[in-house]
Design a protein around this ligand. Structure first.
Ligand SMILES: [Mn+2]
Length: 363
């Protein structure tokens, strides 16, 4: 595996490449052209400029998170082919610039959903949190307003103000789209892009829906083992893979995370590893990465990734806001640096233990 950190670009991120370079064991960033809109072609020049900036700081671009998919593709409207053509052109330009990993999602209207961006924990840190009751009592059009004040002046991915102004229109757009239709549209999209992915060896890594169930009555399909295996099978190409995000699949306690990882051997192209603390099955908050601070056994998650021979980029995911840092909620420097270090430590221990086991058995 390759330890990385997500970075939004120098114009948008409070964290600098210089800081990332100083986190032990982090050699790459997962980044994006944050000022592009879904459906737009990314130019080779812009991609190269981004790569050069990262390289000058002594790091590499390990992958893109995300190239967002236009709503026309998700709902399957008549203009989708033009947007798919643009997507293919972007993939081609990324391939020509030697970038081989693209994370994306297929979530309708809202990307990840949280009801609080700064819930205070006992130690004084603040974290993102989710409470189903709050969602049930809320008008979806008010969702953005309710969390905007806690964004610390940043623009959060999937929650761009221009997009949120259109929420009503977006709900209208998705009104006839159910799970089956969404699967169908995803299949159509993947079949169209697989040739360019094969040509440039670009691994597509779909991010799970977060939380892993329907929110505001919208369809959600990338939520559990059954659905993700269906998706792998419906376009059975190794370039059609997943981002294994423990914090997103883990929102549903019925998802057995190590088991899911093992069942996706060879198709996990990217991993987000973080912990959640459940107060009830429908109320959770984002904990520190350490197992004992949350509900998940992080050793078992890392062990499963190790056991399937995972060799792609991995990143700590949302961190807590600690030490008075002011940053995009979930994306400060300090707690993600602690997370990277902890995950690197787990991996080293698992790796050494496995090697010693092999030596002992004379293999
Ligand atoms: Mn994630």
């Amino acid at each position: 595996m390759e330890m990385t950190l997500r970075w939004y670009g120098s114009a948008f991120d409070t964290v600098t490449l210089k800081q990332i370079r100083q986190i032990p064991g982090v050699g790459g960033v997962i980044t994006t052209l944050y000022d592009t809109v879904p459906g737009e072609v990314w130019s080779r020049e812009a991609i190269r400029k981004m790569k050069e900036e990262v390289a000058e700081a002594g790091l590499r671009v390990s992958g893109i998170e995300s190239v967002n998919v236009h709503d026309a593709i998700k709902v399957g409207s008549s203009d989708r082919d033009a947007y798919i053509e643009n997507y293919i052109q972007t993939l081609e330009n990324l391939g020509l610039e030697d970038i081989h990993l693209v994370c994306y999602n297929f979530m309708p209207v809202f990307d990840w959903t949280r009801t609080e961006l700064a819930r205070k924990r006992q130690d004084g840190s603040t974290v993102l949190a989710y409470n189903q009751k709050t969602v049930d009592d809320m008008d979806p059009e008010k969702m953005f307003e309710s969390i905007e004040s806690d964004m610390n002046g940043t623009v959060m991915p999937g929650w761009e103000p221009e997009r949120m102004e259109r929420v009503k229109e977006l709900f209208e757009l998705y009104k006839d789209v159910d799970d089956e239709k969404l699967f169908e549209n995803l299949k159509y999209f993947l079949e169209k892009i697989m040739p360019v992915c094969n040509k440039y060896d670009i691994k597509m890594a779909i991010h799970p829906d977060d939380p892993a169930w329907s929110v505001f009555g919208l369809p959600r399909i990338i939520i559990n083992k059954k659905n993700i295996l269906r998706m792998m099978k419906m376009v059975d190409d190794p370039h059609n893979g997943v981002t294994f995000c423990s914090g997103s699949y883990g929102t549903n306690l019925e998802n057995d995370l190590p088991d899911m990882i093992r069942s996706l051997k060879g198709r996990i192209h990217f991993a987000h590893v973080r912990n959640l603390k459940f107060n009830s099955p429908t109320d959770f908050e984002e904990a520190a990465h350490l197992s004992s601070d949350g509900t998940f056994d992080m050793y078992e998650i890392m062990k499963a990734l190790y056991d399937i021979g995972f060799d792609g980029p991995i990143r700590p995911d949302h961190g807590r806001m600690i030490w008075d840092e002011v940053a995009m909620p979930g994306y400060g420097l300090y707690d993600r640096a602690l997370g990277a270090t902890y995950l690197n430590g787990l991996w080293e221990a698992i790796d050494k233990n496995a090697r010693r086991g092999q030596e002992r058995s004379g293999q």
